[in-house]
Design a protein around this ligand. Structure first.
Ligand code: PEP
Ligand code: MG
Length: 573
C-alpha cells in the first residue's frame, strides 16, 4: 500500500527506483581482540602507517575530482578529513593502544571513539563533524581489513541509508542513482551540501519510519516537497518519473507582468561560479568568501583572492544584452561578501572564541573592523583589483548600524587610494549591505542611502528576529523565514531601500524555494540568489508569476499571525 514519509528535501528534483539499502556491514564490527602476547607492535604500527597513507591518497584523489566536477567548497570537505586523519591526538592514541598490545584495527576504533562521542554531544553543525570522523575511521578500518570495496547500488536505485558520509556521497554516481533518502541528517551537513550541488533528488532526516522500507520496494523521491513516496500510486509515479526538472534557461526571466527578476547563485569558489553559469544563473548573488579561508593553515593572500574573484567574474561571459547595458549589468554581476566568520563559522587559525565571537559577538563586519582589520584590507585590495576586470560588487555581512557601514566604506576608499598611488589597476566596486539583523532592517533607508543594494540574509535574519539560533534543532520552527515577524522585517527593508532608490535581493536559503518566489517578488524583492541546482526551478517559478497575485499573497502574508497562515496564503504545506 502506498504511503508518504516526510523529511527535508535538498533540491527541486524527483526520482523513482527500487530501494537499495547502503551495505549494512559496519566496518567498526571487529573480531574479538586477540591475545596481546600474539601482537607485534612494530608490525601493527607499519600496518596503520600504510593504511593511513592509502586513505590520505584516496582523499586527495577525491578532493581533486570534486574540485574539478563540483566545486571548491565541496572539495574542502576532504581537507577536513585529511586533518582528522593526521590529527596528532588521534595518532598518539592509536600508537599508545598498539603499544599496549592491541591490533591496529582495534587501536583505530578505540582512538576515534572518544572524539566521535565528544562531537556527538555538541549541538548543530559541530555534531555533524561526528559523521566526518566516523567516515575517516571507517576508511581506515576498511583499508586495514583488506575488504573488497562494497559493491555500489544497481543502476536506477534509490539509495537508503541511516545517514550518509561525504565520501559515501562522492562514491555515488549521480547519473546512475535515482534518488537518496536518509533516516538522520540535516540540510546543513557536509553530505547534504554535496548532494545539493550534485543535484541528486534527496530527502534527508526522514526518521525511523524509513527503516520499514525493504530493499527492492519502489520508492519515489520528491525533493521539492521533501516527500518519500513508498510504493507510490501509478499517477504519483508517472509524475515523479516524467519530471525531468525545468530546463536550463540562460536568458533573464520576467514575471508575466514583465517585472525583471535576477536569478543568481550562491558560490564558494570560482569553480562553483562556472558550474552556476552552466545552470543558467544570471550572476553570483553571494560569494561566501569564508570558504576560501577554511580547511587550511593560513589565510589566502591578496593575489590568491584576486584570482578567485577575477575567475568567478570570467565565468559569466558577457552577452550582447550586457554589453549594451551599464557596466554593472546584472547578467554578469558577481557579489563578493567580505569575510563572514564567527557565529557557527569557525576558522581554526583565527582563534575565534565561541562566546566572544559567537552569534551575538564579534562576527561578520565587527570582526573585519576589529581584530580582522588586516585581513579585511587585503580582501578589499583583491576585490578592487578584480573589479577592474568586470562588474564586481562588494557587500558587508552582519551590519547593524550606518556607522559600521561608513567605517567599512572609508577603509575601502583608503584601499583604493593606496592601489592608485601604487599604479595598480583597480576600480571602485558597486557596494551593498547584507540585512541580517533586526537593526539593519529597521535602519534600511539609512543603509540604502550609502550603497546601491541591500541583500537579505534571511538565514541569519530569521535567527536574530526570532532570537532562535539557526543551528539548534529545538528552536528551528522559530527560526523560520515564514514567521510573520521575519516577513515584516523583509517588507520594512524593501520599503526603506525604495525610499533611497536601492534594489533588494535575497540570498538566504528561502530564495532557492520555488514556492516562495511569488511571496518574495510580491514583497518587492528584485534578485533571488541560491544554490546553483535550484536556479532552473526558480526561473520557471518566476516566469509563471502573476504580479497582482504576488502582491495579494504578500499582503496576506504580512497580515498573518502564524507561519501556517502564511503557508495557507501561498497554498503550500
Ligand atoms: C544568511 O544569513 O542568510 C546568509 C546568506 O549568510 P550565511 O548563510 O552565509 O550566514
Ligand atoms: Mg548570514
Amino acid at each position: 500500500m502506498s504511503r508518504r514519509l516526510d523529511g527535508t528535501g535538498l533540491t527541486a528534483a524527483t526520482g523513482v527506483g527500487p530501494a537499495w539499502w547502503l551495505d549494512g556491514s559496519d566496518p567498526a564490527d571487529l573480531p574479538t581482540r586477540p591475545d596481546p602476547e600474539t601482537i607485534d607492535p612494530s608490525t601493527e604500527r607499519d600496518r596503520f602507517g600504510a593504511a593511513r597513507e592509502a586513505v590520505r591518497a584516496a582523499l586527495e584523489r577525491e578532493r581533486e575530482r570534486t574540485a574539478r566536477e563540483v566545486g571548491g567548497e565541496e572539495a574542502a570537505v576532504f581537507d577536513a578529513h585529511v586533518e582528522f586523519l593526521t590529527d596528532p591526538a588521534i595518532e598518539s592514541a592509536v600508537d599508545g593502544s598498539i603499544e599496549a598490545g592491541h591490533p591496529a584495527p582495534h587501536a583505530v576504533r578505540d582512538a576515534f571513539a572518544g572524539h566521535i562521542e565528544t562531537f556527538e554531544a555538541m549541538e548543530g553543525r559541530m555534531a555533524e563533524r561526528a559523521d566526518d570522523l566516523r567516515d575517516v575511521r571507517d576508511r581506515l578500518l576498511r583499508e586495514l581489513s583488506d575488504a573488497d570495496a562494497t559493491a555500489g547500488p544497481p543502476d536506477g536505485a534509490v539509495v537508503l541509508a541511516t545517514r550518509l558520509t561525504p565520501s559515501e556521497v562522492t562514491r555515488l554516481d549521480p547519473d546512475r542513482v535515482a534518488g537518496v533518502a536518509t533516516v538522520l541528517g540535516g540540510g546543513t551537513a557536509h553530505a547534504a551540501i554535496l548532494l545539493r550541488s550534485m543535484g541528486t533528488p534527496a530527502v534527508v532526516g526522514v526518521g525511523e519510519d524509513l527503516r520499514s522500507v525493504d530493499d527492492g520496494v519502489v520508492v519515489g523521491i520528491d525533493a521539492a516537497t521533501g516527500t518519500v513516496h513508498v510504493d507510490p500510486d501509478p499517477e504519483v509515479r508517472d509524475r515523479l518519473e516524467s519530471s525531468d526538472g525545468p530546463p536550463v534557461v540562460h536568458d533573464r526571466v520576467t514575471t508575466r507582468g514583465d517585472t525583471a527578476v535576477t536569478v543568481a547563485a550562491n558560490v564558494g569558489s570560482a569553480a562553483e561560479a562556472r558550474a552556476a553559469m552552466e545552470r543558467g544563473a544570471d550572476g553570483v548573488g553571494l560569494f561566501r568568501t569564508e570558504f576560501l579561508f577554511l580547511d587550511r593553515e593560513a589565510p589566502p593572500d591578496e593575489d590568491e583572492q584576486y584570482e578567485a574573484y577575477r575567475d568567478a567574474l570570467a565565468a559569466f561571459t558577457r552577452t550582447e544584452a550586457s554589453d549594451a547595458g551599464d557596466p554593472h549589468d546584472p547578467y554578469a554581476r558577481v557579489i563578493v561578501r567580505t569575510l563572514d566568520v564567527g557565529g557557527d563559522k569557525d576558522v581554526p587559525y583565527l582563534d575565534l572564541d565561541p562566546i566572544e565571537n559567537g552569534f551575538l559577538g564579534v562576527r561578520g563586519i565587527r570582526f573585519s573592523l576589529g581584530p580582522g582589520r588586516d585581513l579585511f584590507e587585503a580582501q578589499l585590495r583583491a576585490c578592487c583589483r578584480a573589479a577592474a576586470a568586470g562588474p564586481l560588487a562588494v557587500m558587508f555581512p552582519l551590519v547593524s548600524t550606518p556607522g559600521e557601514l561608513d567605517e567599512a566604506v572609508a577603509i575601502l576608499e583608503d584601499v583604493l587610494d593606496g592601489l592608485r598611488a601604487e599604479g595598480v589597476e583597480c576600480a571602485r566596486p558597486e557596494l551593498g549591505v547584507m540585512v541580517e539583523t533586526p537593526a539593519a532592517a529597521l535602519s534600511a533607508a539609512a543603509l540604502a542611502r550609502r550603497v546601491s543594494f541591500l541583500s537579505l540574509g534571511t538565514n541569519d535574519l530569521s535567527g536574530y528576529v526570532m532570537a532562535a539560533q539557526r543551528d539548534v534543532d529545538a528552536v528551528s520552527s522559530l527560526a523560520d523565514p515564514l514567521q510573520p515577524a521575519v516577513l515584516r522585517a523583509i517588507d520594512r527593508t524593501v520599503r526603506g531601500a525604495r525610499e533611497e532608490g536601492a534594489w533588494v535581493g535575497v540570498c538566504g536559503e528561502m530564495a532557492g524555494d520555488p514556492d516562495l518566489a511569488r511571496l518574495l517578488i510580491g514583497l518587492g524583492v528584485e534578485e533571488l540568489s541560491m544554490a546553483a541546482p535550484s536556479v532552473p526551478a526558480v526561473k520557471a517559478a518566476v516566469a509563471a508569476i502573476d504580479d497582482d497575485d504576488a502582491r495579494r499573497v504578500a499582503e496576506a502574508a504580512l497580515d498573518a499571525e502564524t507561519p501556517e497562515q502564511v503557508r495557507s496564503a501561498l497554498s503550500i504545506q
